[in-house]
Design a protein around this ligand. Structure first.
Ligand SMILES: [Fe+2]
Ligand SMILES: [Fe+2]
Length: 172
């Protein structure tokens, strides 16, 4: 049995993860407009990863016989002034997602919903990785972004990012 308060928050988290995917599509499109196809590719892979996060929560609720409540996704359209503004939004957004996951964990703990706590362990670890990735993007851009050759190589490196996989399917 999953606690009712936790169910409500997990439903909201499905929305947030799906919004993350939509926001990264906006950023992918922005970088394509800027002629940076490698950055575009990286964000296209990232948006797939966000849909996997959303899917993991949906599957968890289904597995626990809970019906899912979908809701409207926020408008992700932005007007970035420069590349760094987009990259900084990624970090801020991932920090927001981390706070949201930690809040669900906190409620699960208060409600003694041990199953959900265990389910959320993976997300807590994943968010540390997501923030590290966002920080790495910013650091690399700061190091190489202002130099044309540097940016060309960074674009190539990001263009090599591999397709993400659903960790649950990979484990089966
Ligand atoms: Fe996510
Ligand atoms: Fe994320």
């Amino acid at each position: 049995m999953v606690n009712e308060k936790v169910v409500k928050l997990l439903n909201e988290q499905i929305n947030l993860e799906t919004f993350s995917s939509y926001l990264y599509l906006e950023i992918a499109n922005y970088f394509m407009d800027e002629g940076l196809d490698g950055f575009n590719h990286w964000f296209n892979m990232q948006l797939k990863e966000e849909l996997i996060h959303s899917r993991l929560i949906i599957d968890y609720l289904h597995d626990n016989n809970v019906s899912i409540k979908l809701s409207a996704i926020e408008d992700p359209s932005r007007d970035y002034k420069n590349h760094m503004e987009a990259l900084e939004e990624v970090l801020e957004h991932e920090q927001l997602i981390t706070r949201s996951i930690h809040n669900i964990y906190d409620v699960a703990m208060q409600e003694k919903d041990f199953r959900s706590m265990q389910f959320l362990d993976w997300f807590i670890e994943e968010q540390a990785e997501e923030e590290a990735n966002a920080n790495e993007l910013i650091d690399k851009y700061n190091l190489y972004g202002d130099d044309k050759k540097g940016l060309y190589l960074l674009n190539q490196e990001l263009g090599a990012r591999v397709e993400p996989t659903n960790p649950k399917l990979a484990a089966e």
